[in-house]
Design a protein around this ligand. Structure first.
Ligand code: SF4
Length: 723
């Protein structure tokens, strides 16, 4: 724990950054947050914080805090009253709906809003306006994990919790640089390793990251070839008799598509193309190493936890990558017991709590229901007191479709809240003109951002701990954030703005709420009867987070979903029950290796991949305002393998062009850098907003056909010294 200076009072909340969800105590003096320390009673971090968390007070009162609403007049954003701004928003939305229908408007939210905010907004759009154009940035970070869980187990979100870290003996980290992206979780993994010499860590990543520094086995696979790698591990597990046959027989079935069933023997036949010897060249990993790590993974005397993040999800075959890691756990039965679990990490503080659970994507409804399911729609219609058939059955635009519709002119009005797509979408040169063309409303804490600069209306938003609400982290933990200080100027909580919008649109009956607690009470009604029941507001206020399901006020939190003894919904004698699928069986999928859509060729001979660095977070609207973080990493650079740099005559600090089929950016070169990319690969962190270094302009906007999540991790580029 890090103790900072004394404060008049300490108020309980959750860190504003990554999906780890560390509990914090904010020290308040004179109406300002002057210090932050880790909450010693929060099970996630037990008092720890990373460098971003400890510096949280510095994001609060920055020179670019937006204090008043802005509206565009004569091409310029100028100050306006709330009344003027909201009247303009409502008149534009009403006009568009009247002329072009409900699907001509959309909402684009975020895994950084509070759960109550997304829940209320999606209700307005669906039950009030009549469109499923309710989408959010978790599509760009977590959608493949969602689809992976849903296709394999029938319901989204992990079965385990972070507590599995202390129980696991083998860690399989793939597509995750947790040392930089989830530092407090990584410190728990290091503690586990230091506490027991028996613990082994496998890290698979085309870059030898800081996470790989603690690996016992480092697997630098060729980008997008990890599907073949995991199939080869499955092959070895079966060939060497390391499967758990009873588990397979009792709890699984085999499939190759959405409905094509396979026999176990057919699945084994499928794997014949993935012997380690057949895939070693394609993957770039020696067959002997693949065999060794497969044995370690499957060792019946060890407990195995897999962890993955964007390296898996942000891919054109992200869902399949997710399915394949689940396969390894299902073949070995290493699931639903302490220390044995597949576990997807999340990038944002409440991607799960505020979007995946509340219905914040265009194909889902609150409490893990689906738009396409009539029964689910009817259940909500009853809870919300609207006539049967009110809720639209056609899923809305997914992220790239939504911004494409802005380009084509089909989307007339778009409201963006707590996110920065003008910097974070791939292939930005295509999508940014659409944001200028549509009537764009941006709810923001800071101005200008690369999105708010394109807006017609910018609404000043209260920041974290200037308002009360709930976050849900990556381990199903629902955690309450108290209001510690007042927002500056005329900034107000987004929930107040949403309620105001509902009233002006004529949806008062749908949105009778005055407080987040009232929203939560209704949201809990949507959770009733599902396994996603959460703690009451009273318990959330008093406690330090609860992992759902929490069926009632007397229930403890749930450690492991689907398992008797840990899950209140699995009765004695049932063992493990994947009750979200009709037959209670999880699916082992035959998923072939398919390369990324854009692989290097003679013209564009390098792979480009992007990711995070410790000091910054997302588009750096917050961390870019913290002098210590900004000084530590003032501008982004390109990491190049030393062999490639030598061949191209590039030295540390040289200015380098990175050119794809879509755009060129310029970065200073760092030879190897902290991530040491493999030969043929270059890497850039995506936190820089300067036009020349806006790396997302270079990226490809292909997407996974199942999850619709864009391909941020692999595209092909040329590298040359800039003159
Ligand atoms: Fe915040 Fe994540 Fe750091 Fe924890 S690990 S303090 S949640 S940024």
């Amino acid at each position: 724990p890090v103790d900072q200076k004394d404060a008049e009072k300490w108020v309980k909340g959750v860190c504003r950054y990554c999906g780890t969800g560390c509990g914090v105590l904010a020290g308040v003096t004179g109406g300002k947050i002057v210090a932050v320390k880790g909450d010693p009673d929060c099970a996630v971090n037990k008092g720890r914080l990373c460098v971003k968390g400890i510096l949280l007070p510095k994001i609060m009162n920055t020179p670019d805090r937006l204090l008043h609403p802005l509206i565009r007049k004569d091409g310029k954003l100028v100050e306006a009253s709330w009344d003027e701004a909201m009247n303009l928003v409502v008149s534009k939305f009403k006009e568009s709906i009247e002329k072009y229908g409900p699907d001509s408007v959309g909402f684009y939210g975020s895994g950084q809003t509070y759960a109550e905010e997304t829940y209320t907004m999606q209700k307005i759009f669906r039950a009030g306006i009549g469109t499923n154009n309710v989408e959010g940035n978790p599509r760009t970070c977590m959608a493949s994990a969602v689809a992976g869980f849903v296709t394999t187990y029938g319901a989204d979100e992990p079965m385990g919790t972070y507590a599995d870290i202390e129980a696991a003996d083998t860690f399989f980290l793939i597509g995750s640089n947790s040392a930089e992206a989830h530092p407090v979780l990584f410190s728990r993994i290091i503690d586990r390793k230091n506490s027991d010499p028996n613990v082994k860590i496998i890290v698979a990543d085309p870059r030898k990251t800081r996470t790989a520094d603690i690996a016992d086995y480092y697997l630098p696979f060729i980008p997008s070839r990890d599907l073949a790698l995991m199939n080869a591990m499955a092959y070895v597990i079966i060939e060497e008799g390391l499967t758990n046959e009873k588990f397979i027989a009792d709890h699984t079935e085999f499939m190759k598509g959405a409905s094509d069933k396979l026999t176990y023997d057919e699945y084994k036949a499928f794997l014949q193309d993935y012997t380690p010897e057949k895939v070693e060249t394609a993957c770039g990993i020696p067959a002997a190493t693949i065999r060794e790590v497969a044995r370690l993974f499957a060792d019946p005397n060890r407990k195995t936890m897999s962890m993955w993040c964007m390296g898996f999800n942000q891919r054109t075959r992200g869902v399949w990558a997710n399915n394949l890691v689940h396969n390894l756990h299902l073949l070995t039965g290493k699931i639903c017991t302490p220390g044995n679990t597949p576990f997807s990490l999340t990038g944002q503080p409440s991607a799960c709590g505020s979007v995946r659970e509340t219905g914040g994507l265009s194909h889902i409804l609150p409490a893990h229901r689906f738009v396409a399911n009539e029964k689910h729609r009817n259940e909500l219609e009853e809870i919300w007191g609207v006539p049967k058939g009110t809720l639209p059955s056609k899923p809305g635009y997914h992220t790239l479709e939504m911004f494409k519709a802005a380009v084509t002119g089909d989307l007339k009005c778009l409201w963006v809240m707590t996110t920065n797509p003008g910097q974070s979408l791939p292939n930005l040169n295509y999508y940014r003109p659409g944001m200028e063309k549509t009537f764009l409303v941006v709810s923001e804490t800071y101005h200008p951002t690369r999105t708010s600069e394109l807006a017609d209306v910018v609404l000043p938003a209260a920041l974290w701990m200037e308002k009360e609400g709930v976050y849900g982290n990556g381990e199903r933990r629902t955690n309450h954030i108290a209001k510690a200080v007042d927002p500056p100027g005329e900034a107000r909580p987004d929930l107040d703005t949403i309620i105001d919008f509902a009233k002006r649109m004529g949806f008062e009956k749908l949105v009778p709420f005055k407080t987040p607690e009232e929203v939560w009470a209704e949201y809990q009604k949507c959770q009733a009867g599902t396994d996603m029941q959460m703690a009451s507001y009273k318990r959330l206020r008093e406690g330090h987070g609860f992992t759902w399901p929490v069926p009632d006020d007397n229930s403890p939190e749930t450690y492991i979903r689907y398992a008797e003894g840990y899950d209140p919904y699995v009765k004695k004698g049932e063992g493990i029950k994947f009750y979200c699928r009709k037959n209670n069986r999880a699916v082992i999928y035959a998923r072939p290796q398919i390369d990324a859509q854009e692989m290097p060729d003679a013209e564009y001979p390098f792979f480009l991949t992007t990711g995070r660095m410790l000091e910054h977070w997302h588009t750096a609207t917050m961390t870019g305002n913290v002098p210590e973080l900004k000084n530590a990493a003032p501008e982004m650079y390109v990491e190049i393998n030393e062999e490639d740099a030598k061949r191209l005559g590039i030295s540390d600090g040289d200015l380098v062009n990175i050119t794809s089929r879509r755009a060129t950016c310029k970065f200073k070169a760092k030879i190897n850098g902290r991530g040491k990319p493999m030969p043929g690969l270059v890497y850039v962190s995506f936190h820089d907003k300067e036009e020349d270094r806006l790396i997302n302009k270079v990226l490809l906007d292909a997407f996974d056909p199942g999850s619709k999540q864009p391909e941020y991790k692999v595209c092909a580029v040329q590298i040359s010294k800039a003159s």
